[in-house]
Design a protein around this ligand. Structure first.
Ligand code: F6P
Length: 355
């Protein structure tokens, strides 16, 4: 019987455990295969013996699918080709990792990661003949050729709840409440939470904006409707501000905090910023994320069973699909400026700060 490996790589998100569980259950029940869980992403491949364990299906109960994070562990610093050494230098440790993989005697490998991790894993496997299937996960939802990546809907649910929870303070104290959300270079989380939570303003990296447009919109709101305002800002929205040099992301002030301060100066209204941060990553996954994780995990195993390799599983038009990995990696899928989300936001009267 065959042995397949699974590892999770890059930032954690909700739904990783559900993915691992689906893979191991499908491998066991569907094909009679053993699944080996590799610890801490590619870092586990550097340990000797390699940090890995067979995943006993008896351990993979429903409770696991509900847990946030990844019980296998993950890494953001495992780039095999530029591995940060203790002396501050970068070293190519890919050969060691490949040797570690060889030692596991696997018949296939499933990597759960964002576009960066999938690209790295693909390159790592070039020298060996080990069929590889990628499963997209990231709260940012910026992986190509899939409408959803595992972790995104949970992050949106958390960000929406944050908007819901900020409305009352804004209303009670006549304040402008600014919520900064994650999303890396994309505005998916910001736009979804702004629409779902009923924000007044949303600023995203995909749409050029000006502070003056936001100030005008809030002034109009305050004249005609109410004294509070709710602004959602994506962490990378600073890059889309027109006519302003973007200060580099500084440890002491985030874009949300800077924006709140500038809005106070420009409007005279009291403003407060909330930077949601990693709260968006760590939670019990939504039912939708668990469903997605399960469907993608099962399909990834089945592709290996069909002898397929170098593909990523994805979700498109309410069904699982798979696409060649080289069509996916190396680019990021941002929000479609002509798409439904942005059209819906505008139709609801949400200000995008149009420059
Ligand atoms: O890619 C997921 C993500 O949470 C981004 O939204 C965010 O920019 C980044 O990771 C944060 O990374 P770290 O956990 O290394 O601070």
């Amino acid at each position: 019987s065959k042995r397949i490996g699974i590892l999770t790589s890059g930032g954690d998100c909700a739904g990783l455990n559900a993915t691992i569980r689906a893979v191991a259950l499908r491998a066991h029940h569907g094909h009679g295969w053993q699944t080996v869980g590799i610890h801490r992403g590619t870092l586990g491949l550097l340990s000797r013996p390699v940090a890995a364990e067979p995943l006993d299906p008896g351990r993979l109960d429903a409770a696991l699918a509900r847990q946030g994070g990844t019980f296998l562990g993950s890494t953001n610093r495992g780039n095999p080709f530029a591995f940060p050494m203790e002396d501050g230098s970068l070293a190519d440790r890919s050969a060691e990792m490949v040797e570690g993989l060889r030692g596991l005697q696997l018949d296939g490998l499933i990597g759960v990661g964002g576009d960066g991790s999938l690209a790295i894993l693909r390159r790592l496997l070039e020298p060996i003949d080990l069929p590889f299937i990628g499963v997209p996960k990231t709260i940012d939802n910026d992986v190509h050729r899939t409408e959803r990546a595992v972790g995104y809907t949970t992050a949106v649910a958390i960000a929406t709840e944050a908007v819901d929870r900020l409305h009352p303070t804004g209303a009670s104290h006549d304040r402008i409440m600014v919520l900064e959300v994650m999303g890396r270079d994309a505005g998916h989380i910001a736009m979804a939470a702004a629409i779902a939570g009923g924000a007044d303003v949303v600023l995203i990296p995909e749409v050029p904006w000006r502070l003056s447009s936001v100030v005008d919109h809030i002034a109009k709101l305050r004249r005609t409707a109410r004294t509070s305002a709710l602004v959602v800002v994506a962490e990378a929205a600073g890059h889309a501000e027109v006519g302003t040099r973007v200060p580099e992301k500084s440890a002491d002030q985030s874009i949300g905090e800077r924006l709140a301060h500038r809005l106070t100066v420009a409007t005279g209204a009291e403003s407060r910023a909330t930077v949601l941060g990693h709260v968006q990553r760590g939670a019990m996954p939504t039912a939708e994320d668990r469903l997605l994780a399960s469907a993608l995990g099962v399909h990834a195993v089945d592709l290996l069973a069909e002898g397929k390799a170098d593909r990523m599983v994805g979700w498109w038009n309410r069904t699982v699909i798979d696409v060649p990995l080289d069509k996916v990696v190396g680019r990021s899928r941002t929000l479609d400026v002509d798409g439904t989300m942005i059209r819906t936001a505008r139709a609801l009267g949400i200000c995008l700060g149009d420059a």
